[in-house]
Design a protein around this ligand. Structure first.
Ligand SMILES: C[S@@+](CC[C@H](N)C(=O)[O-])C[C@H]1O[C@@H](n2cnc3c(N)ncnc32)[C@H](O)[C@@H]1O
Length: 323
């Protein structure tokens, strides 16, 4: 896969969601329920087909737990599956342990509050409400929407009131929320392998691939970071940790798929995007390159990645271990 069109317009990781920052790293821990629901639904179907007797599922970059809870709601006989929601951010894991979630009508998962949403969303909404209980506004900290535009009040009337939910105890029995770094994945869970590993919308944090820093705020990217090496080493570890026929799932945001070329990338493998500051992108996709190495993984489903060129970039986001 070669990137050759650079008419991108929407490059920042900025979900219409609970934009929260980890205070220690400055990284975004934003997420929402059913984030990129098509990817989650396809992944859940593959997991059920490949591992009907159950398996472990590692949701790395699991943030506050919304992704693990969403996946769990899509599994049948979920007690057979052990789901781990793992994140490097203590703040995210603390929220996950509190286990109270705000849903804002204008956020990406706001459809869960709208009975007239489109059909597939109605399906997701039904399973959500089956597994969650609505509660009054809690006094404990929750993942509130912080964007000012979503929290406008006039004369003390909140224009977009959010609602609050907790997962039913029986629904989350098979999920553990754990603080952990994907770089230590080999020793996680007593060396046990998983049937599925998710690491969505977080590669850019590992590789310091801050497109917004470059294009919006004028920061220079760190060109000394050897992004390709970081990615290849991690994909090797992920490969070793997945069971045969298990899957690895990537994020869908453009910032996961467009990489600033560091100094280790030969010029011929780059495309210039800012002449005055000599900023280049890698033309090869380093994650896909690492996944394709030695035919270890097979791409299963392609999804449209928004924000590049004429919106025609399709990238496989679900990869199956085949040898
Ligand atoms: C933008 S959020 C994405 C959350 C969710 N996967 C999604 O796509 O909606 C990125 C998350 O990755 C986590 N993260 C970053 N580096 C990590 C690492 N090395 N190991 C585990 N989690 C990491 C961050 O703390 C953050 O919660």
């Amino acid at each position: 896969m070669i990137i050759n069109s650079l008419a991108y317009k929407d490059y920042r990781i900025n979900f219409k969601s609970y934009n929260m920052i980890d205070n220690n790293t400055g990284n975004s821990i934003s997420t929402n329920f059913y984030h990129d629901s098509e990817v989650l639904q396809k992944s859940a179907t593959i997991i059920k087909n490949e591992f009907p007797k159950g398996t472990d599922i590692f949701i790395y970059a699991g943030s506050n737990g919304e992704e693990a809870l969403s996946i769990n709601s899509l599994l049948d006989n979920r007690q057979k599956y052990k789901v781990y929601s793992i994140d490097i951010s203590s703040k995210a894991i603390d929220f996950a342990h509190i286990g109270t979630y705000a849903i804002h009508p204008l956020a990406d998962d706001g459809f869960l509050l709208n009975p007239n949403c489109e059909q597939n969303k109605q399906f997701l909404s039904r399973i959500f409400h089956k597994n969650f209980i609505e509660i009054d506004k809690p006094s404990c900290p929750v993942n509130n929407v912080s964007d000012l535009i979503y929290t406008i009040t006039f004369d003390n009337v909140n224009l977009f009131p959010q609602r609050y939910f907790i997962p039913k105890e029986s629904f989350k029995e098979n999920i553990s929320f754990v603080k952990g770094d994907i770089n230590n994945i080999e020793s996680f869970n007593n060396q046990q392998k998983a049937g599925a590993i998710f690491f969505r919308n977080a590669f850019y944090q590992l590789t310091n691939n801050n497109l917004s820093g470059v294009f919006k705020y004028g920061d220079k990217p760190n060109l000394e970071t050897n992004k390709r090496k970081i990615i290849q080493e991690l994909i090797d570890k992920i490969y070793n940790k997945i069971k045969m026929n298990g899957i690895f799932v990537l994020g869908r945001h453009l910032q996961e798929h467009l990489y600033i070329a560091d100094r280790t990338v030969p010029l011929k493998d780059t495309i210039i995007v800012n002449k005055t500051r000599n900023i280049r992108f890698m033309t090869n996709h380093p994650v896909i390159e690492a996944l394709n190495k030695n035919g270890r993984f097979k791409p299963l489903f392609e999804f449209l990645i928004h924000g590049l060129g004429n919106n025609s970039l399709k990238i496989p986001l679900i990869w199956q271990k085949i040898k």
